[in-house]
Design a protein around this ligand. Structure first.
Ligand code: ATP
Length: 234
């Protein structure tokens, strides 16, 4: 279980998150929805140790992640795909994937990792020698996710993966997210497109400005008056 309890994060004395608590059980898809600047990215970045030391606790089972540096957190089985994707555009597809193995020195495992990613994303296999900057936006998003999967994480944190994708590509992406989950990876999905996110997730949290304002099953949130008003214009 990944648990965040009473998390507060400040940037230069200004609070971005205030007393936020969420949990993701193994094998779940949970979504975190919220408007621009609500603090969604900050929460994901805090889990992998990329924001200034915060108040509250972040634990994977009994392990206190706040005591660890980012590489160690990744080794515990948590991978983040940032909103910016952070693909190296001048490298080939295969070399970008290879970077996902940076923290794994078990060579026997490497071949298996490529096969896993290529079976999920056959287009990446077709384009493995291609320079990543020549891929379409959708393919670059798949590459960013593929790279995160090279570690075979127990938890995959996705920051607005549908950003900039067409409706068709977004649907494809959601199918991939379900497929990754069916292989046993738990997913924390940050999205502004609330309806889509609630379609694929079983539960969700709504982040107001820095605090959780709603939580519940996807079904409950889809019918919630506040969620309907803010996100669906109802
Ligand atoms: P978006 O959907 O626009 O990405 P978000 O919900 O992910 O928004 P965050 O990016 O976490 O929100 O930002 C939360 C707040 O913290 C915002 O007010 C933002 O300006 C501020 N913030 C984020 N990163 C930093 C930083 N490195 N330094 C200072 N302030 C920051």
């Amino acid at each position: 279980m990944l648990t965040v309890k009473g998390l507060s994060v400040s940037y230069d004395g200004i609070k971005a998150l205030n007393d936020v608590s969420i949990g993701v059980a193994p094998g779940e898809i949970v979504t975190l929805i919220g408007a621009n600047g609500a603090g969604k990215s900050t929460l994901l970045r805090a889990i992998v140790g990329l924001v200034p030391k915060a108040g509250g606790t972040i634990k994977l089972y009994e392990k206190d992640l706040q005591q660890l540096k980012t590489p160690e957190i990744i080794k515990q089985g948590i991978s983040l795909v940032p909103e910016t994707k952070d693909i190296f555009l001048s490298l080939t597809v295969k070399d970008n994937l290879k970077l996902g193995l940076f923290f794994n020195d078990n060579k026997a495992y490497h071949k298996d990792a490529y096969e896993g990613v290529f079976s999920l994303f056959p287009r990446l296999k077709e384009k493995e020698k291609q320079i990543s900057g020549t891929l379409s936006g959708g393919q670059q998003q798949m590459l960013a996710i593929g790279r995160a999967l090279m570690q075979k994480p127990k938890y995959l944190l996705l920051d607005e993966p549908s950003l900039g994708l067409s409706p068709k590509l977004t649907n494809e992406l959601l199918e991939k997210i379900s497929a990754i989950n069916k292989e046993g990876t738990a997913i924390l999905l940050v999205e502004q497109r609330a309806k889509l996110a609630l379609k694929v997730a079983s539960r969700g949290y709504v982040l107001g400005i820095g605090t959780i304002v709603r939580q519940g099953s996807s079904k409950e949130l889809l019918q919630d008056e506040l969620v309907k008003k803010i996100y669906f214009g109802a």
